[in-house]
Design a protein around this ligand. Sequence first.
Ligand code: SAH
Ligand code: SF4
Length: 391
Amino acid sequence: MDAKAPITQDVLTIPRKLPEGPQNLIGLSRDQMRDALIAAGTPEKQAKMRVGQIWQWIYHWGVRDFAQMTNLAKDYRAMLADRFVIELPEVVTRQVSDDGTRKYLVRIAGGHEVEVVYIPETDRGTLCISSQVGCTLTCSFCHTGTQKLVRNLTAAEIVGQVMVARDDLGEWPVPGAPKDETRLLSNIVLMGMGEPLYNFENVRDAMKIAMDPEGLSLSRRRITLSTSGVVPEIARTAQEIGCQLAISFHATTDDVRDKLVPINKRWPIADLLDALRDYPKVSNSERITFEYVMLDGVNDSDADAHRLIKLIDGIPAKINLIPFNEWPGAPYKRSSNNRIRKFADIIYKAGYASPIRTPRGEDIMAACGQLKSATERARKSKAQIAQEAGL
Ligand code: SAH
Ligand code: SF4
């Protein structure tokens, strides 16, 4: 980023390896784990095999205690316990919506908190995970964008969200039990807090761990990364992650998109579409999801629908219409159901799938763009209580 478009502020990035104290094995790639084991005295010849064993214990069986890694010698387990930890974010609160959606508030180093949402559906279970605390981009319809403080999550904190959700769903395999192929947590979407492509390396490393066939083993086709349009990182996403891509498109003219998604001033619609044209080829994915939030009187006209179809011509695409989820003080209103249906119809008739996203977990403020607000509310009332008590 150069100085002319001050879209990002400084983002606090946690060093990957803390200089002292036991090292967390979560979040390390296989190569990094190998190096760490060698540095701890594992003979080089054995290191690859040890990584394979430990990896399976952690990511396949969900084991957190070195003592349970029974195919390792006892003194080796003791050495591991001395030098390493297996540490996940801490779940602070867990809420379950009437529709079965679960929202977890998890605490990470530094006392920061992020939200993780699990959405059960008949044919899948999707976990919506966060990549940053807050977001430096200031999309005007998004509550996360109103938060000031931003910190990049580490790879451990990103893959850790998947692991704590599996804990809560009771989904780690049990040795000896018959294989159960129906997974409660079958899909991941990077659609929680933050812009994943502003934290590329950590997101990539975490997703590589989630995709590893000897561990969590989630297919790249079941992982969707949503970006507001960080154009230079899109090709890298195809090459280095290869997951499904969703774009927060939301407008059909640069004038409107500049206001809704300010990163558009830096990488306007034409540049974004150019980057997207190559994505399916390079990533070998089928189609790109265009997310489009329906804002009353702003971006929801018939003319918008027709322009959208023209713009994406030639890109294998599906358009996901998201009814705007309101949050306290939001400057927009949700388009009416009739308007959304009419918009969807125009797109559908042009040959694109145009599902309308059903807001899930609204009663627990778990819907798109609402994340963090409940926590902030809780904080505010706590502060208020303190004030009233004269503290
Ligand atoms: N930063 C990334 C991913 C997180 S946002 C991105 O912007 O793509 C996930 C999706 O929720 C995005 O499409 C975003 O535009 C949308 N969203 C944000 N606030 C919303 C709101 N209040 N109502 C509906 N969708 C919203
Ligand atoms: Fe950030 Fe995405 Fe929200 Fe925009 S929509 S402020 S990029 S989280």
